[in-house]
Ligand binder design. Sequence first.
Ligand code: PEP
Length: 254
Amino acid sequence: MNRRYRKTVIAGNWKMNMTATETKKFAEELKKIMPRAKWCDTLICVPACNIQTAAKAFKDLRISVGAENVYFEEKGAYTGEISPAMLVDAGVKYVVIGHSERREYFAESDETVNKKVLKAFEYGITPIVCCGESLTQREQGITIDWIRQQIKIAFLNVPADKAAEAVIAYEPIWAIGTGKVATTEQAQEVCGAIRACIAEIYDEATAEAIRIQYGGSVSAGSAPELFAQPDIDGGLVGGASLKPDFGKIVCYNK
Ligand code: PEP
């Protein structure tokens, strides 16, 4: 596969952290250590109530704002949910869908992930589709089968031209927030298998265009080697995106 055509995409995922006040302070700190990020697509996915503050605070840094979730219905009696139209209106360009924490704590399934992916595309929001295996699944040797199944369901009824614009985040569950990064070989192997799966579902051109991130305890130290792999086009960064050090990850090639 040819990396030349794919722009690196680095995304922060703040989870349930950072108030609006802290968001503004963070942006000021980041400006001190990071130039405008032109060499890669950079975004930070923030809690819904911070989206507008973050969009304003990060504009000068060329950092887009993403959401951490979206609902698959347009509007109505869904207390607590956020619609795609609301996200678009607030300035959201990307949305994380199917993060393992949402699957574990909020009963998200491959089927709801698929509905959300379809809805995000309908509204012009780029989905960051998360997949990943547990430690038990890795030890059982079923990682690739599991990931292929997650991907096949997530992309059901998604046309090739849309799929080509998606971002997939491969996040081994055992590496999220644990400080245990997958080895470069493990990460590349699965990201390569995901690209091959996309080629099977669609075609080579779609597989070459889609961007695949690695996520799981990425740091400024591990980013350069991970992002240099032929099938790893950037990262989804949790803990390390809460500190101005995130700027060093974005400048991984500088
Ligand atoms: C994540 O939240 O998607 C993540 C990868 O977290 P961390 O970088 O903290 O492991």
